[in-house]
Design a protein around this ligand. Structure first.
Ligand SMILES: [Fe+2]
Ligand SMILES: [Fe+2]
Length: 152
């Protein structure tokens, strides 16, 4: 059974970001499956995918916030960096672990990610409201604006 189920309540209203968040939850579900199967190679692969994709997602969000002129982008960026650091420590532990420990570390990572993704999404409501507001302002009468370049 899937660990995380995507519901409409998780959408923040910026479609491109919602798709990325949904993809991250799918990666977390893959990690869950790999742990259930006790498949170290699959755990490793999904762990790497989560790190790579999340870093890309963060970059995308930071760029979007900068372009929209979001006031608290520095604090948001700091939260992203802390998460990357935290996950990196787990990854090092996982890579250095013996097979019998690796499943346990995988489970710890999974629990952390499960809480994190929900918090991450809930904390994005402030910037998404701002981005949506700017999107409406700038697209009125300006269909070739910066937002339409991002979203078309
Ligand atoms: Fe996000
Ligand atoms: Fe974020």
């Amino acid at each position: 059974m899937e660990l995380l189920k995507w519901t409409r309540g998780l959408n923040i209203g910026v479609a491109v970001i919602d798709e990325q968040h949904q993809y991250i939850t799918e990666c977390i579900n893959r990690l869950h499956k790999a742990i259930e199967d006790e498949n170290r190679g699959a755990i490793d692969a999904s762990f790497d995918e989560i790190i790579d994709y999340t870093v890309t997602h963060f970059g995308f969000e930071e760029n979007l916030q900068a372009q929209a002129g979001y006031e608290f982008c520095t604090a948001h960026r700091r939260a992203h960096m802390l998460f990357v650091k935290r996950v990196g420590v787990f990854k090092q532990q996982f890579d250095a672990s013996k097979d019998e420990e690796s499943i346990e570390i995988g489970q710890e990572v999974l629990q952390m990610l499960r809480r994190w993704i929900i918090n991450h999404i809930q904390q994005e409501e402030d910037y998404s409201d701002f981005v949506l507001m700017r999107m409406n302002e700038r697209t009125v009468g300006k269909p070739k604006g910066w937002m339409s370049r991002l979203f078309n």
